[in-house]
Unconditional design. Structure first.
Lengths: 225, 323
């Protein structure tokens, strides 16, 4: 009785296959009946299974994407590394650094220190022209005197040339670097030292002479994170 | 009978649900894979574009006049070079590539920018192997290296070239030209379909000229457009690029000239204060900067060049050389 009235109120129709004949059959089944419970159970099972499959594939996809993108970052870092390496080997030929013929004949891998100091004063326009990079595609550039060593100080317009390191861009240096040996040339007033040999005595006191010393140009780049 | 057979077409709810959910999952998977492939292609294109830019670093010249190297790519590639003169202070050289996979060209990749490069090429340059050669651009000090990119597929025939150009091209070709060689200086060597570059000193040229170079008036005529030049570096630039890119790159070069003028002026003051040695170029460098930054277009190049020649003379014979 109860079943019948519930069936009347609930006009839901469930289709169940006729197992015997392999044919479907229309019948009205109460949700509380064992058939309905079995069907609900099956749907629940199926949805859990599908959810599981979906989550599994999503997880696998995410792992693949993560691995791929970490590879992409590595590739980008490798390209920066290669750029820094090639840049370090050729930066001395860049017009902002090269000696040209200011110190006699043309020289390869020769950096004009006086010009670099002037560049340092005008560096604003060369900074941040790209995304986190400067005009040359590196995060920073440093020029270090190797020999003779002065006071191991960073160069400013006041202590130059009695200093050893010119840091072009005024921001903390971080990341990795590549370097190349170069000649650092500048013009100076000749001062006679006791240690100077007779050969050096060609110049008189206060004559303007070209001084070339040994240095290193260091190109810094940052890892892509 | 018919009533009974109808049941054979009916599905249970479980099946319908499974099919719909399955289709949804499959659709998502296919969509994801397609998206992923596109990202992969785009990243590959960006990597190639970046590599091309990075590989041009060794072309920075010191005292050599011309340098040449070859880039080989694993698949057919279209290289699009572009110029932006308004971004940043010095503008930007952009490179993007599109590669042929499964006989289909990928959509043009992302633009990779290089503020310190000046590349002149056909747009796009298409092929697997590309020649790059560079020449320093001086006004009167070195401003930058101009890089010329050509595909080995595009054959260039230099007809009636002046001796210095002919000699330079022959030096680039070398004694034993490679199978990929794309520069020819002798008419009988030029393969069919080559791009004919005709040089003249004002004489009328034949009809088979794709690019006309008037060495007396100092202009290159390409696609019925005139590009004015001074010096060989700019002449090659006009030959290998188009009017828009040429003018834009010239504008970028002038901005760098202006900036370098400032640096040399500061150096002059700095050296004078330090040593008492004076170059005497300060006021002319200011003039050079102003002229460079207000050049307008290539037609006005000759005015700045005559000033540059004066400055060069003064620097060469001066006591305190700046460059």
């Amino acid at each position: 009785m109860v079943n019948k009235s519930a069936q009347m109120k609930n006009k839901k129709i469930f289709q169940l296959p006729n197992k015997k004949n392999g044919q479907g059959m229309k019948s009205k089944i109460s949700p509380a009946s064992p058939f309905a419970k079995k069907a609900q159970m099956k749907i629940q099972q199926m949805s859990f299974m599908l959810l599981g499959v979906f989550l599994f594939f999503a997880l696998v996809g995410m792992i693949i994407i993560t691995v791929k993108f970490s590879g992409l970052k590595q590739d980008a870092t490798d390209l920066r590394d290669r750029n820094a390496m090639l840049l370090a080997s050729k930066l001395a030929n860049s017009p902002e650094f090269s000696c040209g013929e200011a110190y006699g004949n043309q020289k390869t891998d020769c950096i004009d220190e006086d010009k670099v100091m002037a560049l340092k004063e005008n560096i604003g326009k060369y900074e941040n022209v790209g995304k986190n990079t400067n005009f040359w595609g590196a995060s920073n550039i440093e020029i270090r005197r190797i020999y003779p060593k002065y006071e191991n100080k960073t160069c400013t317009s006041t202590n130059y040339p009695n200093c050893d390191t010119i840091i072009l861009i005024d921001k903390p240096i971080s990341g990795f670097d590549h370097s190349n040996f170069v000649a650092l040339c500048r013009k100076e007033k000749y001062k006679r030292y006791e240690s100077d040999s007779i050969a050096d005595a060609k110049a008189k006191k206060d004559d303007v002479i070209n001084i070339c010393e040994m240095g290193r140009v260091i190109v810094w780049y940052e890892e892509v994170k | 009978m018919i009533k009974n057979k109808k049941g054979a077409l009916e599905f249970s709810f479980t099946w319908i649900f499974a099919i719909i959910a399955g289709m949804f999952i499959l659709f998502l998977a296919i969509y994801g894979v397609a998206k992923f492939m596109n990202i992969e292609r785009a990243s590959q294109d960006a990597k190639t574009a970046m590599s091309i830019g990075v590989l041009t670093n060794p072309l920075e010249s010191s005292f050599e006049t011309t340098k040449r190297s070859m880039i080989g790519l694993p698949v057919e590639t279209r290289i699009y070079t572009g110029c932006k003169n308004l971004s940043g202070f010095f503008g930007e050289q952009t490179i993007k590539v599109s590669q042929k996979t499964y006989n289909e060209w990928s959509t043009e990749g992302v633009n990779v920018s290089f503020p310190n490069k000046y590349i002149f090429s056909e747009n796009p340059a298409e092929g697997k192997n590309f020649y790059l050669f560079s020449k320093p651009f001086e006004l009167p000090f070195k401003v930058g290296d101009l890089i010329y990119l050509t595909s080995t597929k595009d054959k260039y025939c230099f007809k009636n070239a002046p001796n210095n150009i002919k000699k330079e091209i022959e030096n680039l070709i070398g004694i034993n030209p490679s199978a990929n060689e794309n520069f020819f200086t002798k008419d009988f060597d030029c393969p069919e379909g080559s791009i004919n570059i005709c040089f003249s000193g004002g004489n009328s040229l034949g009809n088979d000229c794709d690019i006309k170079v008037n060495v007396n008036s100092g202009y290159v005529e390409k696609d019925d457009k005139k590009m004015y030049y001074e010096g060989d570096a700019l002449m090659y630039a006009a030959i290998f690029s188009n009017k828009n890119d040429y003018e834009c790159q010239l504008d970028r070069l002038m901005k760098r000239t202006g900036q370098l003028s400032d640096i040399y002026r500061d150096k002059s003051t700095f050296v004078f204060e330090k040593t008492g040695c004076y170059s005497g170029l300060d006021s002319r460098l200011v003039l050079l900067k102003n002229n460079a930054e207000n050049l307008g277009n290539s037609e006005n190049l000759n005015t700045i060049y005559s000033l540059a020649e004066d400055i060069a003379r003064e620097n060469d014979y001066g006591v305190c050389r700046l460059w």
